[in-house]
Design a protein around this ligand. Structure first.
Ligand code: ZN
Length: 199
């Protein structure tokens, strides 16, 4: 599924300033306010727009960050990722192709970095690691790069698989859901019915 010029233009504006009103966006893109509103809600449903949040400056907040790279056995990647994903100090966590994990961690004081490093020693799956403190941030943009051609990779609302083929679209509760196959569609509808019954 591809995004058109209007979508791309809206994304570019929103990435710059997530607080602009639909009316201001409509003026800049030269489309109607309802068009802006429906394009944005579609892109939210597709998971392209993940949310709207304040962009806080960690340096101004007096925090320290470190970059950590961990080497593990390929079979341990997921286990180790699971051990770190809910740690509040781990702000970004990437799995790399060469059976490494890469993390950006933030701390409110230097002693907390030492505590964190001490805890690394308790994770048996770690073969080796490298940690470096960030001394200065030269550039820190959002990872998404809004280019003129964007091909959307949707995630199945039920099995979470990435879908490269044309998905099945389900309209429910005022939003669109995308499913990979009829069996996921069926299971998803059943799940929604159950949730509705509970509510
Ligand atoms: Zn599926």
């Amino acid at each position: 599924m591809d995004l058109d010029e209007t979508d791309v233009e809206i994304l570019r504006i929103l990435q710059e300033n997530g607080r602009l009103s639909f009316r201001r966006i409509a003026e800049r893109v030269k489309v109607s306010v309802p068009t802006v509103s429906s394009r944005i809600s579609n892109m939210e449903d597709m998971g392209i727009i993940r949310g709207y949040r304040a962009d806080l400056d960690s340096e101004r907040m007096g925090e320290l960050s470190a970059i950590l790279t961990i080497k593990v056995k390929p079979s341990d990647l997921k286990t180790v990722a699971d051990k770190f994903r809910s740690d509040k100090h781990v702000r970004k966590l990437f799995l790399l192709g060469n059976s490494k994990l890469h993390m950006i961690c933030t701390f409110s004081g230097a002693h907390l970095i030492n505590d964190f490093v001490a805890r690394l020693g308790e994770v048996q799956e770690i073969i080796e690691y490298d940690i470096s403190n960030i001394i200065h941030v030269v550039k820190e943009d959002q990872r998404a790069l809004v280019e003129p051609e964007i091909s959307v990779v949707l995630q199945c609302a039920f099995c979470k698989k990435e879908m490269r083929e044309e998905p099945i679209k389900l309209k429910a509760e005022d939003r669109d859901y995308y499913l990979c196959c009829t069996s996921c569609l069926k299971s998803f509808q059943e799940k929604m019915e159950k949730l509705k019954a509970k509510a």
